[in-house]
Ligand binder design. Sequence first.
Ligand code: SF4
Length: 455
Amino acid sequence: MNDFINSSIFDLFKVGPGPSSSHTIGPMRAAALFLQRGAAANLKNVPASLEVRLCGSLAATGQGHGSNRAVAAGLLGEVPENCNTERLNGLLSDETVYQADFGKFCLNFDRHSIIFDFKTPCLKFQNTMFMRLLDSDGTIIFELVVYSTGGGTIVVEGEDDNNGSIAIPPYRFRNMDGILRLSAKYELSIAEIMVGNEQVISELSKVEINDKIDNLIVRMLDSVERGIVADGVLPGPIGLHRKGGCLYRNSKKMKFEHERFLAQLNAWALAASEENAAGNLIVTAPTSGAAGVIPAVVKMLRETYAMSDEKLRIGMLTAGAVGMIARRNASISGAEVGCQGEIGVASAMAAAMIAAVHAAPSKVVECAAEIALEHHLGLTCDPVYGYVQIPCIERNAVGAVTAYNAYLLATAGNSVSQKISFDEVVAAMLETGQRMCSDLKETSRGGLARHSLCE
Ligand code: SF4
């Protein structure tokens, strides 16, 4: 595996159905891969059935995250970016028998074929999936073990982390210090470095990269717009009412501009996050649970600051760099490091975005990201009932506001005298996540999940 960062920003920002990138998008992609690999496998016997075992955090909170439905959708040929969310949300609700088409053979499956397995230990990662073809006496004749490592990324057991491409980007860096050195050496912004690398990694022209980023921005703004006009109760046992639209309407009546600004930033984050909780299409930024922070900031930059498309692209590329550095050197998975890796990283990405679109020097961009992440250190993942609603939705709003605040703090004084680097905070996040007890890492066995409606 290459040591430097060589993954595409389009692997970080992905369109897919909510509510969770690791528990919904990852399992859906894994099931699609299982179809593909099962079809290509050299099998002695024609399989009689299939089973999928969802282990670790996938078992603990998979019901609330719809992981079983995501697997079923993947087995039925759905792909996250164009997924029919209405159909997805209705899957496995009764005893319907579905058919998975492996090409050379088809297999029936139903709600009992996809198992929340609390007993089988995970292998290398908290979110482990055992995907099996069985013969008529239940013997396993083909098995694919897949990990969902966060942000919708999947890794197959026994294979290299396919997070990166084999391309060698022109600007090689492993961390923030590395990209800052490149920025100083070549007198390029972080966004310019990212574009140079992206052209090689994804083999796209600048125009194609811009088009893809523009599409992501449209999809993000879409999730905000849909959420702002949708009222009602979110799915699941909590009975949580949406409030993004309500706060936005209230903001229109607010007398003071500063109050309106803050209310709207909060409302946009709530709106996109509520769309995620409803299982509708969102953009992972860097995860689905954190899918409200960056869209809210993009909306603010467009609406309040009238930032151009070009500026927003710069912001997205800069945010992408921050997310990739956090993913490479720590994690963006709540199951691995808690919510500091999801909302914390999203807030850091958004802070860097705000600084970059204001043409701040790279050092100030780093400082903004550092401040935003620093004040999320230690944040646990404790979704009530395993649903990405409480504390997740309001946490997106708080993450967006923190991003703006971090930008303001970063622009005060001389950023060169900054005492803590982004890389140090990322290292602290990893260590904190490793020392965090597993009950506080997307299992719904600790924190708010224990001391609220579940008790
Ligand atoms: S608490 Fe944070 S990490 Fe956990 S599911 Fe909610 S948003 Fe994701």
